[in-house]
Design a protein around this ligand. Sequence first.
Ligand SMILES: Cc1cc2nc3c(=O)[nH]c(=O)nc-3n(C[C@H](O)[C@H](O)[C@H](O)COP(=O)(O)OP(=O)(O)OC[C@H]3O[C@@H](n4cnc5c(N)ncnc54)[C@H](O)[C@@H]3O)c2cc1C
Length: 489
Amino acid sequence: MRPDAVVVGSGPNGLVAAVTLASAGRRVLLLEAADAFGGGLRSAELTLPGRVHDLGATVMAMALASPAFRSLGILHDARVQGPGTAGARSRASLGSSVEVVHPAVAAAHPLDGRPAVLVYRDAERTAAGLGRDGAAWRATVGAAARAGLALTDLLLRPLGPWEVPSVATLAAAARFGALGALPATTVGRRVFRTVEGRAVLAGMAAHSVLDLRSPITAGYGLLLAATAHLVGWPLVRGGSQVLADALVARLRELGGVAVAGHRVRSLSELDAPVIVLDVTPRQLLSMADLPPRYRRALERYRYGPGVFKLDWALDGPVPWRDPAVEAAGTVHLGGTMEEIALSEAEVAAGRHSPRPYVLLVQPYAADPTRGGHTLWAYCHVPNGSTTDMTAAVEAQIERHAPGFRDRILARHAMTTADLEAVNPNLVGGDIGGGWAGLGQFVRRPVWSPAPWRTPLPGVYLCSSATPPGGGAHGVGGWQAARLALHDTR
Ligand SMILES: Cc1cc2nc3c(=O)[nH]c(=O)nc-3n(C[C@H](O)[C@H](O)[C@H](O)COP(=O)(O)OP(=O)(O)OC[C@H]3O[C@@H](n4cnc5c(N)ncnc54)[C@H](O)[C@@H]3O)c2cc1C
């Protein structure tokens, strides 16, 4: 039977789009190029049998804060567990809902010769640990967290034509924007006074994969840190694939059909009044004959730096010099704000940093079900880089955890090309769906009052190349699906 809608690609955006359309009674066909569903939510035994590694997203702060995932009601939030806590589950997984588990420490930032900075779910405890910068933390990150989901909703959910924000939400956004519009290094120097305060802001802001001297990088850092207090930085119990599988199951329960191992090469293959594409502009260019103006706009779309990713199977926990780091789900390595800013500036200029900023995730801090001590980390590299950064990444870990290399049982490395081979959306190893700088927002080809709509009738873009950008939040898919339902009601 001819479907009402075809969704191409099963990353979080494609899955949320498919489930949203099916929930509204549409007959949905979901087509995925890879042999497994999930895109950035996939997990696999990358190192040793029984060891579950996430290929992409592990930390689900964006999903938990996301209005899209909240609307689906699929994530069930369990109580904090991990080293130093009772380790009990508050409730068993419910039906098709997926359990997220919180590490005792959301993020840690080790520093040479000093205790690590620890970011807890509790803003006050975090501020207390920052000493002379406690007040600055409360006034910036704390204020954004206190503004609540209304603020994250506005920032994560750019307006569709059918929504008007409240005055209170606009006021909170204006206060956030006054600092958020600035470079992270500027806010670091003007607002924070200690090595610790500046470093932790830089570690957060560097998730943007931008030169930290450029505008809006403070905004990325402050917002991300605020989500740690607002919803926490949890992981999916059992691996992110569990969430992808639950979304596919939900789609099938609603009568949808999901097919893996089917790569769509041309839109002419598809026959449905609504087509939702979880692909980035470069892929869309090869899939359809597009009006010249839109084609040129897609050709101008800019991709950001790539990542070099490592997964390890260890025979025990990372031997952090500061033992408090063991309880952290996420660890930011790279030292002071100045060091991290230098490393990101090198990458932004198209060079490899010899002492890179490293983003490391230790799922075992919260989830004992992944087959032992598994670990992943990546560093930023120029787009399309073929350089093996294993030695540089492991040196940054050894710097704060001497003896780390002795714990390695097996390792799995992925260059930017390896990443793109697994998932064609990771163009040149760019995991954010495109460069996240201010210029992209100004000239983003798909940025319009309804940026998920393309000039082709019934065809929508929903990947992380559409607002609000990268992260496992599903908002692009949710917005594109709602727009399609609105257009075809
Ligand atoms: C190493 C890594 C770590 C990350 N860590 C985090 C994290 O901890 N937290 C977080 O929030 N985010 C994280 N991210 C980012 C997050 O995974 C992405 O932002 C998110 O997955 C983007 O979702 P998406 O649906 O737009 O696309 P993707 O998840 O990339 O999915 C796109 C899907 O479309 C399929 N596809 C593409 N073209 C076609 C075609 N022609 N036909 C059929 N199928 C097609 C692909 O195979 C893929 O399955 C990480 C990403 C990576 C790579």
